[in-house]
Design a protein around this ligand. Structure first.
Ligand SMILES: [Zn+2]
Ligand SMILES: [Zn+2]
Length: 127
């Protein structure tokens, strides 16, 4: 079961590596620690998905939850980093969508800065 999962993950990774690199690729990971999915609130044990959102790796129970999160992260986390400021002061009503993921900003000015060079901001937070 575990081996099948790993092979599937490798196959998925191979598909993704051919595509243009996206900062929001979903990675399949395995852990024994207890976590809760931010979307359903369900406890996650064992196999799950991880998504890098700005400066945090967030774990989900399945792809449906990842999709829901990407569409409206503010519904599921209060940690909304305004990337140009590097402060968690993003506002729900100042947002933009990049590669299918919504990001929030403290002001229209910061949103404009991000939209000029989104990749360089996203790269900065991928550490
Ligand atoms: Zn979930
Ligand atoms: Zn800002």
């Amino acid at each position: 079961m575990k081996l099948t999962f790993i092979l599937a993950a490798i196959a998925i990774a191979a598909v993704f590596s051919k595509a243009e690199f996206a900062y929001t690729d979903i990675n399949a990971v395995f852990t024994d620690s207890t976590l809760n999915c931010p979307v359903t609130g369900d406890e996650i044990t064992g196999e799950h998905l991880s998504l890098r959102y700005i400066d945090k790796d967030i774990k989900f129970c399945n792809e449906g939850c990842v999709m829901a999160f990407k569409k409206e992260p503010a519904k599921f986390t209060d940690h909304l980093v305004c990337m140009p400021c590097n402060d968690p002061d993003g506002k729900h009503d100042i947002s933009t969508v990049q590669n299918g993921v919504k990001y929030y900003f403290c002001s229209e000015g910061c949103k404009g800065k991000f939209e000029k060079e989104p990749d360089s901001y996203l790269k900065k937070f991928m550490k």
